[in-house]
Design a protein around this ligand. Structure first.
Ligand SMILES: [Zn+2]
Length: 205
């Protein structure tokens, strides 16, 4: 089994880590729950809340999360039937791992489908506003990054924030996968922008 399908499965079923560069320049690693677990948590907490206390935006996100979870469960269930694998009704992660264990051939279709789910869940649960910064990443020095559709794009570093908590959520990330550097907080982002402007005196876009 080659690694592309394995990576696509792991993107959904394993915890992920991001490097966070703090104001003092030190780096910490933050661990995030697996995407499938985050999706299930979003759906369960919406049901558990009985719809109370949620904003209109929140309930739209939760409806979309429920739809996406049902779609994933149904699709993986179909894949299991075709592969002769028994799905776990309670645990989508276990089902997906069981199905993957039964695969003997790399399948581009399955890999792309799983990658699309990972992107959709990420967008659903945390749809940040994105402001790209021109110039190379100060950490990895790359000037390009590969977008979700596989195309090569300029401006790997972008400032991100969530509308509801603009100041608290302000951060910058390098979108080069091998780098994934992150600057957390307004001070760190400010310093990053100053550093990038100094490195790019012509201010090209
Ligand atoms: Zn970088």
């Amino acid at each position: 089994m080659t690694t592309e399908l394995a990576e696509a499965v792991e993107a959904l079923t394993k915890p992920s880590r991001t490097k966070v560069i703090r104001d003092d320049g030190s780096t910490i690693v933050v661990e995030h729950e697996p995407l499938l677990v985050q999706l299930e948590t979003a759906v369960t907490s919406a049901i558990g809340n009985g719809g109370g206390g949620g904003t209109a935006t929140g309930s739209v996100i939760n409806d979309a999360a429920l739809y996406q979870l049902l779609l994933i469960k149904t699709q993986i269930g179909d894949w299991c039937r075709l592969a002769g694998v028994r799905p776990d009704r309670q645990n989508t992660t276990v089902t997906l791992e069981r199905w993957f264990a039964a695969q003997v051939n790399e399948s581009t279709f399955h890999t792309r489908t799983l990658e699309t789910w990972a992107d959709t869940i990420t967008e659903l649960l945390d749809p940040p506003k994105t402001v790209p910064l021109a110039g190379p990443c100060p950490v990895c020095k790359q000037t390009n990054w590969v977008g979700l559709d596989g195309s090569l794009r300029a401006s790997p570093v972008a400032v991100l924030y969530d509308q509801a908590t603009l100041h608290a959520s302000l951060r910058a990330v390098c979108r080069v996968v091998e780098c994934s550097a992150e600057w957390s907080g307004a001070d760190a982002v400010q310093e990053l922008i100053e550093e990038m402007i100094e490195d790019d005196p012509e201010g090209e876009q």
